[in-house]
Design a protein around this ligand. Structure first.
Ligand SMILES: [Zn+2]
Length: 269
């Protein structure tokens, strides 16, 4: 039995089966949720030009830059602008929408394994220096960045601790790490269980705020701010609020379902 990625305990209990048919187990000790038989995540299989969302709607994600910036990134762009960081890295940067929106003279770096997205960046957002390799193979120097963004990536990782360790190495001692991910402690996750819209094939490890803070602290980070992007997004509408009553269908987007944690490196004295 594989140990818990957060607390190293080995006792897990069955948690649920999701709306796609994947099953999940939950750590008895810290509540970390993981897929029982997770397939290796295939970053090429996700098409950004044509995909189907959890509500069954066909979507062209490459055409949704404005929507994505309004509804998805919460306060991250503003934070990166205000912080006047010299070098920013976005791990799993997709087509570079978030970095492309950050104004000011900042050196922008992205890691993106998906071929379609990496090609899109090279053609359309040349200011982003994109690498199509795993973070551990990217070879960035020690303490190179003042901000690293891991936005809706950690839930796809087999071994989140090893990625956090590498981030700690390449982040300046005064740098900031931003982590966004689904929140299993949220109202919708608890109410809709397997119909929580943020469960699904690629999401192999899922956190609540408490165990994510614990994992970050264990890997040398101190959380100083948490956001739950929702009320300022286009998802905050009557139709979605009404959907909260029907637990037999996939949950609507709602407050608390995603969380963004901002953390500093704990500097050793
Ligand atoms: Zn655990």
């Amino acid at each position: 039995m594989k140990a818990c990625a957060v607390c190293s305990a080995i006792d897990f209990s069955r948690y649920c089966t999701d709306w796609q048919g994947n099953t999940y187990d939950r750590c008895d000790s810290c509540g970390f949720v993981r897929q029982a038989a997770a397939a290796k995540v295939d970053y090429q299989s996700v098409s950004w030009q044509m995909t189907v969302d959890p509500d069954g709607k066909p979507r062209n994600l490459l055409a949704e830059r404005e929507k994505k910036l309004r509804d998805w990134y919460g306060g991250v762009v503003g934070f990166l602008e205000k912080g006047k960081f010299a070098r920013v890295l976005d791990i799993g940067c997709g087509p570079g929408f978030m970095l492309s929106a950050v104004k000011g003279a900042v050196e922008k770096h992205g890691i993106e394994l998906n071929q379609e997205c990496a090609a899109y960046i090279k053609a359309n957002v040349p200011e982003i220096e994109v690498k199509q390799v795993y973070l551990e193979k990217a070879g960035y120097p020690d303490r190179y960045f003042d901000a690293v963004v891991l936005y809706h990536v950690i839930e796809h990782l087999d071994d989140p601790a090893s990625v956090l360790e590498e981030i700690s190495r390449i982040l300046d001692d005064r740098g900031t790490l931003v982590v966004g991910t689904p929140n299993m402690g949220s109202f919708c996750a608890r109410r809709f269980k397997g119909n929580f819209r943020l469960l699904g094939s690629g999401h192999v490890g899922l956190f609540n705020k408490k165990n994510l803070v614990r994992l970050l602290e264990k890997n040398g980070f101190q959380v100083f701010r948490t956001e739950y992007p929702f009320f300022r997004t286009g998802y905050f509408n009557l139709q979605n609020l009404l959907r909260l009553f029907d637990c037999k269908k996939v949950s609507p987007p709602f407050w608390g379902s995603v969380m963004t944690l901002y953390a500093k490196k704990k500097v050793k004295k």
